[in-house]
Ligand binder design. Sequence first.
Ligand code: C5P
Length: 288
Amino acid sequence: MELLANAKINLTLDILRKREDGYHDLQMVMQSVTLADRLTVTPAQGAEGQAVSDLRFLPTGSKNLAQTAAAVFRAATGLGGEVDVSIQKHVPVCAGLAGGSADAAAVLRAMNQLTGAGLPTEKLAEMGAKAGSDVPFCVLGGTALAEGRGELLTPLSPLPPCRVVICKPPFSVSTPQLFGRVNVRKIVRRPDTAGVIAALEAGDLAGVARRMYNVFEDVLEPRRYGEIASIKAALIDCGALGASMSGSGPSVFGLFDSEHDACSALARLEESYRDVFLCAPAGADYEV
Ligand code: C5P
């Protein structure tokens, strides 16, 4: 079975509190985009399922999140055997775009079909939380408010049609380390989450774009912060209606209402960066 695993961007990311279990309660407006990995899921050739990709450094066995998801599905349903997962990576890894979580979500959707389990999306999303905090949203897709660890999902009005330019600078940020640097009481600037939701309801792209923000931007090391700020400035300079960092970074994206402006942003960023993508919002109606 072949399927797409769409990346996500964070239109907003806010951290509300640190929890007893070490996780943080978040409030995030998440959006699927058409930038996607391509997966093939087949019954395993050997006794144990493998995950192979065109990136040699990714784990191939049970440590790959795609195989974690398959194990979670088997444990929760008692259905399905081992599966081999072949992944054509297009979404950069460790980038704040939920590439690994999207692959895990795609495996859950594939196993749901292959086994004939036919579980509703909400049930699969709930299962996904056992594989990782971003997996439930990746199962649901489209536009949604994610709260709690990221597993409490409320579908939102779709982001109006637009162009999304994503740029991943060549460094990675450790998500647990970044969470470790956050002092919730000291967060000064926060996104206008309610304003973004209202703008989505009104179909107001510019209203969404101007209210986007990610609180992780303020806890980056100064050198990293400078690079993120300069990518945001380049996107805005080329005509983006708004720009923000996605997840725990380091990817930065801009929203454009003009194809021409988006293409000029792409060309400008490609002069300095290798991982630059032009894509669009993706709806919740996945191709399965
Ligand atoms: O759940 P996941 O494995 O994606 O999370 C990676 C790490 O990010 C966790 O171990 C935790 O340190 C941090 N995290 C957090 N609060 C969240 C999600 C993740 O502190 N809501």
